[in-house]
Design a protein around this ligand. Structure first.
Ligand code: SAH
Length: 346
């Protein structure tokens, strides 16, 4: 097994059987070795600095109906909100003063009639904080819309592919959504010069080891600048309310595999990791993740951005908790890297 891990570290690729072996191995020594190698590669690339991204949850209004997501259109139990321009700029202002140099605007998917409003917002942020990176995570849109936002000043775009397997994709999404279109969007974003993030949920209903292997292969082929991976967590008002949550261990194992496969990728230790386990965030970092995304949204809106149950947004999950985050990181020998944190090859 260790030989297999060495091959992945040195050649950045394995056969499907190789990935399957790494995903299913159970010897604690082997698992430990995988984690150590991933940690070492992350440290070679980024030292012991962890980049921060300030997450601004723009709106929970969504035209989509993804079966796993708490802000899906058919959930009538969620109070819908959209931040005003002033609220977004206020969040950026607070974040900048703390030291954030990346803002992530994330939200439900809107119709194209509001794309101009978003473009104006991007222009405002670009003007107000010219030294900051602007990341968008606003779902699927026509190429023209992505181009408009890029011209307005957006630098990065997060769009998890969720799963590369067409059958599984159709079990997780309404029938009008297709993996082909998702991948098309990711290709457009890359062509337009965004730093692009793809990724998956781990332990989503109906997921198999085989489908995760397909995801690893897709990610290695696509070479995203950023890789967003987090455990699935049920949300009580969705059709998946009664499915079990994904595992922190398996998610950490995937961080390790992706770190060895794509050494320069920016990999956040996601909020869902912190939600499932008090040390989830740190475990992600110790297995090769190098980014944390604290919440900069106004306090009063956070509970309504309910992608899943008990979503962490306080403690070190918030900008106010940055001191605590610094302490946690230093307890494992890491520190915050306050720079913009672009992809090394950008
Ligand atoms: N509307 C945007 C942003 C979605 S929220 C988009 O479509 O990209 C960001 C990510 O949260 C999603 O890509 C999904 O992978 C994750 N997510 C949604 N519901 C979740 C759940 N129940 N458990 C864990 N992660 C979830």
């Amino acid at each position: 097994m260790k030989r297999l891990i060495d091959i992945l570290r040195d050649c950045h690729e394995l056969s499907p059987d190789g990935y399957r072996a790494l995903l299913t191995m159970s010897d604690p020594d082997d698992i430990q070795y995988l984690m150590e190698q991933a940690r070492e590669v992350a440290q070679q690339q980024f030292g012991r600095g962890i980049y921060l991204r300030g997450l601004v949850e723009l709106s929970n209004v969504c035209r989509n109906d993804c079966l796993y997501c708490g802000i899906r259109r058919s959930n009538r139990h969620v109070t819908r909100y959209t931040l005003t321009r002033e609220e977004v700029l206020n969040s950026c202002d607070q974040g900048y003063k703390i030291g954030f140099r990346t803002f992530v605007l994330q939200g439900g998917e809107w119709g194209e009639e509001r794309s101009e409003w978003i473009a104006d917002l991007i222009l405002d942020i670009r003007q107000g904080w010219p030294d900051c990176a602007i990341t968008l995570s606003l779902g699927e849109h026509p190429r023209d819309t992505y181009a408009l936002w890029r011209e307005a000043g957006a630098d990065r775009y997060l769009l998890r592919h969720e799963t590369h397997n067409p059958r599984l994709y159709s079990l997780l999404h309404p029938h009008e959504m297709t993996i082909q279109h998702r991948l098309q969007c990711l290709d457009w974003l890359k062509e337009l010069g965004y730093q692009v993030g793809a990724g998956i949920m781990v332990g989503s209903p109906f997921q198999t080891i085989k489908s995760i292997v397909e995801d690893i292969n897709y990610l290695i082929g696509f070479k995203p600048h950023m890789i967003g991976i987090g455990p699935f967590i049920p949300q009580h008002d969705t059709p998946f309310a009664n499915f079990p949550a994904g595992q922190v261990d398996m998610t950490a194992r995937l961080y390790a595999i992706m770190r060895l496969a794509l050494p320069t990728a920016l990999i956040p230790s996601t909020t869902a990791m912190a939600t499932l386990s008090p040390d989830g965030r740190l475990r992600g970092i110790l297995t090769g993740a190098n980014v944390v995304m604290p919440n900069l949204s106004p306090q009063e809106n956070r509970s309504n951005y309910a992608l899943y149950d008990n979503k962490a947004s306080f403690g070190s999950e918030s900008a106010q908790g940055i001191m605590k985050l610094e302490e946690e990181l230093s307890s494992i020998g890491y520190h915050i890297d306050w720079s913009r944190g672009d992809h090394p090859q950008q």
